[in-house]
Design a protein around this ligand. Structure first.
Ligand SMILES: [Zn+2]
Length: 433
């Protein structure tokens, strides 16, 4: 806004030019300040203490990568996360957080705000899909670091360590309490037990939950895919491959069931999937097995479709058993079928107009980061299923091959991912003067 203190009639010649010039300058300043306040993240980033944290990130990404490698090289199969958790605890303590470990093994670092009743929780899962004995040593090849678990979730753990340190170096004071956690049981049969406990513990104090999972910063995961996991076991009398030939074979019955279920047609919408991920059974090539087991993962955007898939799986396995018994010549030899649940992840969705989503979009706009909305199955499923605002974000850098031995990570531009998390944390927690 530009107002004249003199009436236009009294402005002449060079005076008019001067006033017009001054007014022009005011107009430009007014437009610039309007633009600056247009995005609230801009104001936060200009705060002196916030800026210290951003500078720390610019100078220290190599340190973050080194800690990511150290964490990745500590094996953390599901249900055996403790040694990795212990090292993360030391890193949190070095960043001045108030650190504790809960009875499940979650490492929790608190950074109290002026309002202890309002909490922003950042959580990165500690566990990997790789069994004990997997070689998790990192191999460097050019810009890439190769190691099982280096991206999922080495990238998330590295990022949460970097976030803790950037907050500490900034000396920033926040309104809400920021909690950083390394949680157990995200992968495989962990059934999200770590995040379930954290969400239950903080309860109604949780204002938002951000799961940091993997490296990519090109997405904001706002929808949690529902999943159900099962272990299907078929047992039978077993026997000698020659002398007992004709007895029903649990492996063959299981194979019949798998083939039948795999012919199921999945809808495009809601998107759904299934995977037979582990199979075992039998003792030797010339013995009819007494037992065969398969583990199955079913996923869908809709619980109703997931229920249909579960019913179809049970039907197919029963049918496999019936077909095998019908094909056998051993009179009356039974096969037993057992379908056991290994866990279920509830679905949930952040509303499109949620303030949390707007905050992250503002951060992306400020940083010039392009991101899209995605659906996935992560720690964010639990808060989302309970109506608590939550997303899953990546930690920065690039990576691929997660859940395979060929997994890799490239830390190039990881500062952008760290700044995204740092500015998100301060935007959500609010700065105190
Ligand atoms: Zn993960």
């Amino acid at each position: 806004m530009c107002t004249f203190s003199t009436t236009p009639a009294r402005i002449h010649g060079t005076n008019f030019v001067k006033v017009a010039r001054v007014c022009g300058i005011f107009l430009v300043m007014a437009t610039l300040s309007a633009r600056a306040t247009d995005n609230p993240v801009e104001k936060i980033a200009q705060d002196l203490s916030c800026a210290r944290g951003l500078e720390w990130i610019d100078r220290n990404t190599p340190w973050v990568t080194e800690e990511q490698v150290r964490l990745t090289e500590i094996p953390a199969p599901e249900f055996s996360e403790a040694p990795r958790a212990e090292y993360l605890k030391k890193l949190f303590e070095a960043s001045g957080l108030k650190v504790s470990t809960d009875k499940l093994g979650n490492v929790i670092g608190e950074r109290p705000g002026t309002d202890a009743h309002s909490v922003i929780l950042f959580a990165a899962h500690l566990d990997t899909v790789f069994p004990a004995g997997t070689d998790v040593r990192a191999k460097r090849k050019g810009d890439r670091i190769e190691a099982p678990g280096i991206s999922d979730n080495g990238a998330g753990l590295g990022a949460i360590v970097g976030l803790a340190r950037a907050l500490s170096e900034s000396h920033v004071r926040t309104t809400k309490t920021i909690v950083l956690a390394g949680d157990v049981g995200e992968e495989g049969e962990g059934n999200l037990r770590g995040i379930r406990a954290l969400v239950e513990n903080y309860g109604s104090r949780l204002a938002a939950v951000i799961a940091i999972d993997g490296p990519s910063i090109e997405h904001i995961t706002t929808q949690g895919i529902a999943s159900r996991r099962f272990e299907v076991t078929i047992t039978g009398p077993g026997g000698h491959s020659w002398s007992d030939f004709g007895a029903p074979n649990p492996i063959t019955a299981l194979a019949r069931g798998i083939v039948q279920f795999s012919a199921i047609r999945l809808p495009d919408d809601p998107r759904s999937s299934f995977n037979f991920g582990v199979i075992e059974g039998g003792t030797s090539v010339n013995s009819i097995p007494g037992r065969a087991v398969v583990k199955v993962d079913l996923r869908s955007e809709e619980e109703s479709e997931l229920a249909r898939l579960e019913a179809a799986l049970r039907d197919a396995m029963q049918s496999g058993v019936r077909q095998e018994i019908a094909a056998s010549t051993g009179a009356g030899d039974p096969l037993d079928l057992n379908v056991r649940s290994l866990g279920a992840r509830p679905a949930g969705k952040l509303p499109d107009n949620a303030p949390l989503l707007e905050t992250i979009r503002n951060v992306d706009r400020y940083l010039g980061n392009r991101s899209r909305i995605e659906r996935s199955s992560t720690d964010a499923n639990i808060p989302l299923s309970l109506g608590i605002p939550a997303v899953s974000l990546g930690g920065g850098g690039k990576g691929s091959g997660s859940h395979t031995l060929a997994e890799w990570y490239d830390p190039t531009d990881r500062a952008l991912g760290l700044k995204r998390l740092y500015l998100t944390s301060l935007s959500l927690a609010g700065l105190q003067p």
